[in-house]
Design a protein around this ligand. Structure first.
Ligand SMILES: Nc1ncnc2c1ncn2[C@@H]1O[C@H](COP(=O)(O)OP(=O)(O)OP(=O)(O)O)[C@@H](O)[C@H]1O
Ligand SMILES: [Mg+2]
Length: 269
């Protein structure tokens, strides 16, 4: 999994070399919910400081795949996984420190899921759980996280008021700030803008583009324009398989597989 080497995947998806290091290497990943298989032999490399988009019709396994990257599926009964996921060359299913993994791999969900507490306390929640008590340090991390999520100016005068009083778009950026406060390397986002209006969506998209210089971002989206606008690489999922994975510009301009073309041109899904 070294830099700049072309890898022919087992599903014959050729991934172009990237100037960025491989951050997440997935090999032959199968996932079962009980008897039902939801992911089939997925192999792909996700590169550092890039935005990787996961697209595909409803039920094709995008969220399931995303959750494997920080072992969120472990919380679901009867889930069985084969294959390997390497993050920074460490097999995350062989290391038992799931807490550490979830610190390194943060997650933002479709619906803002803030706690019924102040803006400040929401962002400080994770660092406090990790034992940070020093007021000055907490202030600093709250401010830098809110700045990192491009929402500091909007909330700096109301940090002690309830986070639930913010607009949906603002709440979603607070969720991003809460993820940033844990100092992750990787941020997973599952349809983070699907509940937002177009203006809030644009703000979050701009934010994601800016964030990639500091983080590796994997985003699930149903919005083709969004995938085309903000991602470097795109993986097209269908029925639990990755049909095609390539640079986003190629996926959207000259897909190799007819099924990818049908999906991105809106013929199904
Ligand atoms: N907790 C679960 N238990 C059993 N089956 C599940 C569970 N979660 C998802 N599935 C099944 O796994 C398959 C993939 O679901 P998943 O939620 O990953 O799809 P998705 O691509 O994210 O879809 P959507 O675009 O609708 O969010 C579906 O058939 C779904 O019904
Ligand atoms: Mg989903």
């Amino acid at each position: 999994m070294s830099k700049g080497i072309k890898v022919r995947m087992n599903n014959s998806t050729l991934v172009e070399p990237s100037n960025n290091e491989v951050k997440i290497g997935v090999r032959n990943l199968d996932l079962f919910y009980g008897e039902k298989q939801a992911l089939y032999s997925i192999s792909l490399d996700i590169h550092e400081n890039e935005v990787t988009a996961l697209i595909g019709p409803s039920g094709c396994g995008k969220s399931t795949f995303l959750r494997t990257l920080n072992r969120m599926n472990d919380l679901i009964d009867g889930v069985k996984i084969n294959g390997n996921i390497m993050i920074d060359h460490e097999d995350i299913y062989k290391t038992t420190d799931v807490i550490k993994l979830r610190t390194k791999v943060g997650m933002v969900f479709q619906k803002a899921n803030l706690f019924p507490m102040s803006i400040y306390d929401n962002v400080a929640y994770g660092p406090r759980m990790q034992g940070m008590k020093n007021k000055k340090e907490l202030n600093e991390i709250v401010e830098s996280s809110l700045r990192g999520a491009a929402i500091w100016d909007e909330v700096k005068d109301r940090l002690k008021t309830s986070a639930l009083g913010l607009s949906g778009g603002q709440q979603q950026r607070i969720c991003i700030a809460r993820a940033i406060a844990m100092k992750p390397d990787i941020i997973l986002m599952d349809e983070p803008t699907s509940a937002l209006d177009p203006i809030s969506t644009l703000k979050v998209e701009e934010l994601i583009e800016k964030m990639k210089k500091d983080y590796t971002i994997v985003i699930v989206t149903h919005n083709m324009q969004q995938a085309a606008r903000i991602s470097d690489k795109t993986a097209f999922f269908l029925s639990g398989e990755v049909i095609e994975y390539d640079e986003t510009s190629k996926i959207f301009s000259m897909p190799k597989d007819q099924r990818t073309e049908d999906y991105i041109t809106g013929r199904f899904g």
